[in-house]
Write a protein that binds this ligand. Structure first.
Ligand SMILES: Cc1ncc(COP(=O)(O)O)c(C=O)c1O
Length: 376
């Protein structure tokens, strides 16, 4: 029996999401940019409905949601797009050491373009220290980009406190919420966020579609598009819209808005039970970021042996070492090293991420299989 334990890498598409998407492949296939015929108009209407569904989940307005190909693109659009309009007096960008590479890469590009890029360290639980942030914030700071939750260890950052501090210095705040949205409540108003990235395939929607929230209204954020020439997404993202994908993202967000409360409680209970079981059986087990505010589904475990070898002895448990995006790269996880693990410990770590299809009876099976694999 195979058990999928890699929901932070990607989630299966919820059958209700697939059902909502299907007509947009074969029946309502019009180009939404063409309002001259009914199929184009229906597709355009479906996009606007999805925009409202995403906005409702985030507590924003529909007009503040822009569809992209995923969180990687949203992160690039937010960071590179906003920096194009940075005043000449604000050339500093602050991010942190455990960001996803799709945040660190555009920040590095900005450094090449003359920005001063500060990479904050994190504590042993993966948390950014607000005192560190305040030490670097000044009137020259243009943007603070700190993730809402980490993909490998699940640490949830104090985003409301970060935005309050950053705004005091007139800086914008972007958050990569690819792992947070769908697992914990995220409200852009109460958190004070200016720009937020999310991805459909992390929340039981399809792959290749995501969104960027861009604050509108009086404090509207100006962004320069990465892709130009078609005028779609109010000029912010050219290219024929991925209508089935957008419909799927909207449907996925609506399901989450209705179910997140019960779902998170159930999953956290299973995760905690799994950790307790494993700790009881494996005395030297280390649970990374155990005492941080953590995503309810994520458990990152360090064993006394190489994770790759251990995974080979656990072919029925579909888990990952470090982040999926780093799979195949020889470097041990930059996240685990940033929270103080040695290279050896980092390469002896496994991420288990639970999700909607994880069942109570799986927990005993996972515990027994891991225990017998490490004892052999
Ligand atoms: C925190 C985080 N940011 C960004 C991404 C990239 O998302 P996407 O696959 O939608 O480009 C991921 C997924 O791997 C992620 O976990």
């Amino acid at each position: 029996m195979n058990i999928y334990l890699d929901y932070n890498a990607t989630t299966p598409c919820d059958p209700r999401v697939v059902h909502a998407m299907l007509p947009y492949f074969t029946e309502i296939y019009g180009n939404p940019a063409n309002g001259l015929h009914i199929l184009g108009r229906k597709a355009a209407r479906a996009i606007e409905t999805a925009r409202e569904q995403v906005a409702a989940l985030l507590g924003s307005l529909g007009g503040e949601i822009f569809f992209t190909s995923g969180a990687t693109e949203s992160n690039h659009l937010a960071i590179l797009g906003a920096s194009e309009y940075a005043p000449s007096t604000r050339r500093k960008i602050i991010t942190c050491a455990i960001e996803h590479k799709s945040v660190l890469a555009p920040c590095n590009r900005l450094r090449e373009n003359g920005f001063d890029v500060i990479i904050l360290p994190v504590d042993e639980n993966g948390l950014v220290r607000l005192t560190d942030l305040e030490n670097f914030l000044d009137e020259n700071t243009f943007l603070v980009s700190i993730q809402a939750a980490n993909n490998e260890i699940g640490t949830i950052q104090p985003i409301a406190e970060i935005t309050a501090l950053a705004h005091r210095y007139g800086a914008l705040v972007h958050t990569d919420a690819a792992q947070a949205v769908g697992k914990i409540p995220v409200n852009v108003e109460t958190l004070g966020i200016d720009l937020l990235s999310l991805s459909a395939h992390k929340l039981y929607g399809p792959k290749g579609i995501g969104a960027l929230y861009v604050r509108g209204g009086k404090r509207k954020i100006a962004l320069r598009p990465l892709l130009e020439g078609g005028g779609q997404e109010n000029g912010l993202r050219a290219g024929t819209s991925n209508v089935p994908g957008i419909v799927g993202l909207g449907a996925a967000c609506e399901i989450i808005a209705a179910e997140i409360g019960n779902e998170s409680t159930r999953i956290q209970h299973l995760r905690d039970e799994l950790e307790e079981n494993l700790l009881a059986k494996i005395p030297n087990l280390r649970i990374n970021a155990r005492f941080a505010p953590r995503l309810p589904n994520t458990s990152n475990l360090t064993f006394n042996e190489e994770a790759d070898a251990l995974l080979l002895r656990l072919p029925c448990l579909m888990m990952s070492t470090g982040s999926a995006c780093n799979t195949g790269a020889p470097e041990p996880s930059h996240v685990l090293q940033a929270i103080g693990l040695t290279r050896q410990q980092a390469s002896s770590s496994i991420r288990i991420s639970l999700g909607r299809m994880t069942k109570e009876e799986d927990i005993q099976v996972i515990t027994e299989q891991i225990f017998s694999a490490i004892s052999t």
